[in-house]
Design a protein around this ligand. Sequence first.
Ligand SMILES: Nc1ncnc2c1ncn2[C@@H]1O[C@H](COP(=O)(O)OP(=O)(O)OP(=O)(O)O)[C@@H](O)[C@H]1O
Length: 344
Amino acid sequence: MTTAGLAIENIAVDYGSTRANQDITLSVPAGEVLALIGPSGCGKSTLLRAIAGLVPVATGSVTIGGRDVTRLSPAQRNIGLVPQNYAMFPHLSVNENIAYGLRARHAAKAHIAERVDEMLELTRLTEFAQRRPDALSGGQRQRVALARALAVDPDLVLMDEPLSALDPQLRGGLRRELAALIADAGYTTIIVTHDQGEALALGDRIATLERGRLVQHAVPAELWNAPENAFVADFLAGALLLDVTWDGDVPTALDGRWRFDPSARLAPQAPGRLLVRADSLTIVPGDEPGTVAATVTAAEFAGDTTRLRVAFGDGVECDVLAEGPVTVGGTVALALPPEAVHLV
Ligand SMILES: Nc1ncnc2c1ncn2[C@@H]1O[C@H](COP(=O)(O)OP(=O)(O)OP(=O)(O)O)[C@@H](O)[C@H]1O
């Protein structure tokens, strides 16, 4: 197996007058896994398609293993693609599905047989080799799709939302399984996801897109501890990023409406912004010192708790869990333990 690094430079992609990707430059070292994340419509699938050669780029270049593939057809790029719905051939067995790409390349019979066996073993599908896709579970189908993508020994593997077709109850376990498989396979891989847990768990690095542009490209811990802007803080780290104003040794935010406990973690008067872990916010009855008022803009029942979206004004919002009943449109008072505030 040989795996190659990827470099994309200054990519822009247009659909008619819609610019879906703009000014995207990033690289993935050989053997690394990049999670590409962002909200619906931010341009993740478009970037994946541009790398695969399925949509043309308006500007920029795609280089795989030092080879400029920008003007090459998808087939010439040697990429293993795992589409969102796995796009299995229903009339072919698992064996034949995995062999498909090698047959299309007119590989020698003996090589095909050997490679298919290797892939069945890697993805632990040997006992299912003769089955049709409709007689497999969702997780097994996903493994067939991955085995088929890897069979051709691609320079780069692209996976579009690999876990989204699976039952939510299974996703946690299959995520761990997928992470182990990708690590065993050792290929340079890009995984598109809109799920922060998936990105943090699967990516060696994470690239975050917002409205077609790359906002931050970093290792998971850096995105978590030092998000580039409020969007990344909210979307990926479940946190608020607030400008701080010091009132003596009391840090304040939101034009002084939120006064935090003077905390040992915050050097008095230090410049910077406050990173507030939103999952540490609790709803409290009253207007005690250190609390802040927010308006509930949405509520989603989640069994033991209700997930609220709350707004603080000036476009600042985050998610908060509530235990009791709450009214959308109403106001809540929120408190925060001092250790959930960090200066970045
Ligand atoms: N074939 C197309 N023609 C016109 N516009 C398109 C086409 N495909 C995507 N778009 C638009 O380009 C933007 C980016 O879409 P894209 O599918 O890349 O987003 P995404 O981040 O993958 O979203 P999702 O997570 O919902 O799949 C969106 O505004 C979308 O409406």
